[in-house]
Design a protein around this ligand. Structure first.
Ligand SMILES: [Zn+2]
Length: 169
């Protein structure tokens, strides 16, 4: 086998994500030949992804607050979140549930979103989408900015709801 073919095989395997069988079919080679060309070659796009997810886990176990903020900020832009928000606003008729104000109302998670993300070990938007507690309309309330700031869970105050063990609700 010439060096060019070997390179093609290795590139298809490591960067193209093709299996030995697929490469053999495409290049009209025997699977054994393809295997030989790949001796000592690791499938790069598999290994770093696995390592990356482990690093991700470690970050989460130490609860990097910046990372959580980024996930929550992203979550708030998803259609699922906007639907939840709209459902809460409609139920509350767009009024602050504390003072009745209708100006600049915000939708708040009663059981704080950061605490859910933290306590449920939510890693990704996909996991958040599957977390029923986040999307429960009963866990939402409409508040004006003033009343929102007064809550026990506003901003960093929500951290008092963070636990090291998982909640079961
Ligand atoms: Zn209010």
């Amino acid at each position: 086998m010439n060096a060019g073919t070997k390179w093609l095989i290795q590139d298809a395997y490591t960067n193209g994500g093709e299996s030995i069988k697929e490469i053999a079919l495409r290049l009209e080679l025997a699977e054994a030949e393809v295997s030989r060309a790949l001796k000592g070659v690791r499938k790069q796009n598999e290994l770093p992804a696995k390592e990356a997810s482990e690093v991700f886990r470690i970050v989460l176990v130490t609860y990097d607050p910046e990372w959580q903020k980024a996930l929550i900020a992203k979550l708030r832009t998803t259609p699922l979140y906007l639907d939840w928000r709209r459902a809460v606003l409609r139920r509350d008729r767009y009024r602050c549930q504390e003072c009745g104000n209708t100006k600049g109302v915000q939708v708040d998670h009663i059981y704080p979103l950061s605490a859910i993300v933290h306590n449920r070990r939510i890693n990704s938007l996909e996991e958040a989408a599957e977390c029923e507690l986040i999307w429960r309309v009963n866990n939402g309330r409409t508040l004006c900015p003033t009343c929102h700031k007064r809550t026990e869970t506003y901003g960093a105050k929500a951290q008092q709801y963070w636990r090291n063990d998982e909640i079961d609700e």
